[in-house]
Design a protein around this ligand. Sequence first.
Ligand code: ATP
Ligand code: ZN
Length: 288
Amino acid sequence: MTHDQPLKIAIQKSGRLSDDSRQLLRECGISVQNGKHALIARAHNFPLEVLYLRDDDIPQYVADGTADVGIVGQNVVAEAACKVEELRPLGFGSCRLSLAVPKAVAYDGLTWFEGRKIATSYPRLLKRFLQAHDIDAEVHTISGSVEIAPNIGLADAIADLVSSGTTLFSNGLKEVEVIMYSEATLVANPYLSKGKQALLDKLLFRIDAVQRAARSKYVVLNAPNDRIEAISRILPGMKSPTVVPLAEAGWSALHSVINEDEFWEVIDELKAVGAQGILVVPIEKMIR
Ligand code: ATP
Ligand code: ZN
């Protein structure tokens, strides 16, 4: 099949998601100009066109087909309520949409919000949350600097994005409820042509390989031959480990791939059954 039309991907022009979005494309082996000046850039080695946009516009552009796919926060997708398909959480841009109140408030539960005024840039998500909890509060929509609203007397509380919480803290606020957890996600127009879908599948194949690699580590360790079986049972690898004899008689090296989270759980067990010289190496790509 020939792909005369490139796949168009919308990413944030500048902001919290732009570096990681660019890096993901790079890790997928796709090289693009950085978009500092241009609004559109064509990749050199993949039929891909990158549109650099404000994050809030991305769901709409993808829904109406101006872009085929996009990288944007789940929070923005949920608030926009556009017809797009969420394909993959991407593991960066983690944050939560939370309710916060002035530090001095003796907060005793959601009913505190009854009859209060809450400032937010996420009116749809906030209203849905309040409704689900049967709280009647006034939602005041503002587009930026939500965290100063209580200080200037504009609202009693806010609903805003939080990651570390330092911004809240330095504005005299404390987080009291989480409305939604979010991370960056790959969204797609649900009505892609066959050709575009084929390109998207190719991109997804690469993204999956990159993500799998990010979660995995290559492990090499030495062991006496009579310990190989015990070690193999402990290693939660993809398949059985590769066993390579060492120059020293009676010893072998075992190679395996394991999940980084599991690694810390099995390391003591490995040592206990005789593993030595354990090396843990990052993996760049992982194809199944
Ligand atoms: P734009 O100019 O594109 O409209 P913006 O100022 O609206 O940018 P950013 O602050 O760059 O947006 O945030 C983009 C996304 O990053 C958010 O929608 C959210 O998904 C994610 N994010 C992660 N951590 C945070 C955080 N602490 N505060 C705000 N957004 C965060
Ligand atoms: Zn924005």
